[in-house]
Design a protein around this ligand. Structure first.
Ligand SMILES: *Cc1c(COP(=O)(O)O)cnc(C)c1O
Length: 435
């Protein structure tokens, strides 16, 4: 067996660590992102048997080198099976565009995959440590629900979620507050920024961190980032084209697309990548000018992509050795306005009877433009959320009522359980220490 993969910090000022340590730490002490010190190639038997492997097998074989033996094979296999225990269908929308539906998990968005994998890894490491871990997260909606559902029932891990009272949607609030068991919701009488500031202060409070093992479920954690490769492989597994697909990813923090690029560098066939952005499109500037300038985020209807300073951008640079030419040969990017997003949802529904959510619509429009200029190719988008999560936009532009999936109907009937606290750190600290 090769030497295990280690993770170095993209800022290069911290020691390299194992998968275990990178997962527990989240971010490197020098505030860089952890990055694998080599990119494993998909094994030959994986490539030759690609289509006949099960979802579990493919996930396990892909992630195993990254874990570097920190989780025994049987446990890792179980973790992989539990992570991908729902469907990832590739649905044909037109002759040239298909949709890889990533919304069949418990919170109806692709973040379920990363959250489920990370939670189970942390659960495993905390049992090994015999110390209970408390995951503290501030959420404006979607991340918190994926994390809460992902960690539900995981032994050795408690999750405390802070959300701003009255500022999350009804569905999101139900997803955060009704699970019970090891998941606790704190309803903060303030804004999302207040929640985030309280969480940051908790991590910086050495008195608190000496008394409990606190960690975050941040999206830059390698255990959330790396498993996102799985569904790209499932998409390519189901692909019927003569040439490899063009893959189009609606992007905000760039974790998702960067996982796809990683799978491609490991040997997964793809003809090209298209990054689809809303008006927050710092990446387009980088492709055009080779300089990267973060901006302040502006609000849009594809709000999970409202990021002006994408954290994972640096991982793309790292993956391609900071070679702008290589990056711009493999990746195109398009900017899609809210108006065009709405028009796309309406026209795709009218002409092809396929209902897109705003994030998927941004991707659809970008892929359509790329294929218009490169008619020799076909491709698929990643449909990152179920349209029912954005009923206002989707119902108003299509004029149809969206059927609420059975899983959500049950959720809406559950009883909310949350502790109301003022937006001050002292209130959070008292709460954590009194548990
Ligand atoms: C988080 C999110 C995105 C953006 O993904 P990144 O990995 O941050 O680029 C896109 N669509 C939906 C629905 C999301 O929740």
């Amino acid at each position: 067996m090769d030497t295990p993969i280690k993770y170095y910090s993209t800022n290069k000022q911290s020691p390299t660590v194992s998968f275990r340590e990178a997962t527990i730490k989240g971010q490197a002490p020098d505030k860089g992102l952890y990055f694998p010190d080599r990119i494993p190639q998909l094994r030959e038997d994986v490539i030759s048997n690609f289509r006949s492997l099960t979802r579990e097998e493919l996930a396990y074989l892909t992630i195993r080198p990254y874990v570097g033996g920190d989780i025994p094979d049987t446990d890792l296999y179980r973790i992989c099976s539990e992570t991908v225990a729902f469907d990832f269908p590739l649905v044909k929308v037109t002759d040239s565009i298909s949709s890889l539906e990533l919304f069949h998990g418990p919170t109806l968005a692709f973040k379920d995959v990363g959250a489920r994998f990370m939670s189970r890894c942390l659960g495993y490491f905390s049992q090994e440590n015999k110390q209970k871990v408390t995951v503290l997260v501030a959420t404006s909606g979607d991340t918190g629900s994926a994390v809460a559902a992902g960690f539900l029932g995981v032994e050795g891990v408690d999750v405390v979620i802070l959300y701003p009272s009255g500022k999350v949607s009804k569905v999101q609030e139900q997803q955060l507050t009704t699970l019970g068991q090891n998941i606790t919701a704190l309803e903060v009488q303030g804004t999302f920024d207040d929640c985030q500031a309280m969480v940051k202060q908790a991590f910086a409070d050495t008195e608190l961190t000496s008394r409990m093992f606190l960690t975050s479920a941040n999206s830059i954690n390698v255990a959330r980032w790396l498993p996102q490769q799985f569904y790209y492989l499932y998409g390519v597994q189901q692909w019927q084209g003569e040439q490899p697909p063009v893959i189009c990813v609606p992007s905000g923090n760039f974790g998702n697309v960067c996982a796809g690029l990683l799978a491609h560098v490991s040997g997964m066939p793809a003809s090209h990548f298209v990054i689809a952005c809303n008006d927050n499109d710092t990446f387009s500037d980088y492709l055009r000018t080779s300089t990267y300038t973060p901006r302040t985020a502006v609000p849009t209807i594809s709000n999970a992509m409202d990021v002006g300073h994408p954290s994972n951008f640096v991982r793309i640079l790292e993956l391609f050795g900071h070679d702008h030419q290589r990056i711009s040969q493999l990746i195109h990017s398009y900017t899609v306005s809210d108006t065009t997003t709405r028009e796309t949802i309406a026209s795709v529904y009218r002409d092809h009877h396929y209902l897109l959510d705003p994030h998927g619509a941004v991707a659809y429009c970008a892929l359509d433009q790329y294929l218009g200029a490169h008619p020799q190719y076909r491709g698929f988008i990643l449909e990152t959320a179920h349209p029912v999560k954005f009923p206002d936009v989707v119902e108003s532009v299509t004029g149809t009522h969206i059927e609420i999936p059975a899983s959500i109907q049950g959720l809406m009937a559950q009883k909310k359980k949350a502790t109301l606290i003022p937006p001050q750190y002292a209130a959070l600290k008292d709460y954590l220490l009194s548990r």
